[in-house]
Ligand binder design. Structure first.
Ligand code: CO
Length: 157
């Protein structure tokens, strides 16, 4: 397992539409492990494969309830109810952005065993899922922020 350098805004890989994973191979499992190491090392709650330079539809999240590995995640349903919240992104160090998101989502994906999984999430996890799935479509928080500001000390975030 390895810790990767997190790619920052300005690199074109963050703007690509990431490719669907046709098959769960040992390389995809290794990718998931490396994403976990990289994300925990950086202190984030979510990471998308393009953020370590791999333009594949793979995300890793942990909003406090343990690791969540999703391959080819798709948002199937969003609540009409929306909420504005403050988000950061490991690819935009020091930046905080107010972003409007659906309060709840339903997501379909594959897990590392290649099994189809369906999950319903609300609040923080729903927000994190929308944020990470945006990454797979080349979208960053700075694109949809209602308000953006820089922290005084980027090391805090
Ligand atoms: Co991000």
């Amino acid at each position: 397992m390895s810790i990767y350098q997190i790619i920052r805004i300005g690199d074109p890989v963050l703007r690509e539409k990431a490719a669907k994973v046709p098959k769960i191979t040992p390389n995809i499992l290794k990718l998931l492990d490396n994403m976990a190491d990289t994300m925990y090392n950086a202190g984030g709650v979510g990471l998308a494969a393009p953020q370590i330079g791999i333009s594949k539809r793979v995300i890793f999240l942990d909003t406090g309830d343990g690791p969540l590995e999703l391959i080819n995640p798709e948002i199937k349903f969003v609540t009409k109810e929306i909420e504005v919240g403050v988000e950061g992104c490991l690819s935009l160090p020091g930046v905080q952005a107010e972003v409007e998101r659906a309060v709840g989502v339903k997501v379909h994906a594959l897990n590392r065993e290649g099994k189809h999984v369906e999950l319903e999430a609300r609040k923080l996890l729903a927000r994190a899922l929308q944020h990470e799935i945006d990454h797979l479509n080349g979208i960053l928080i700075s694109d949809k922020a209602l308000r953006v500001w820089n922290e005084i000390d980027p090391e805090d975030g």
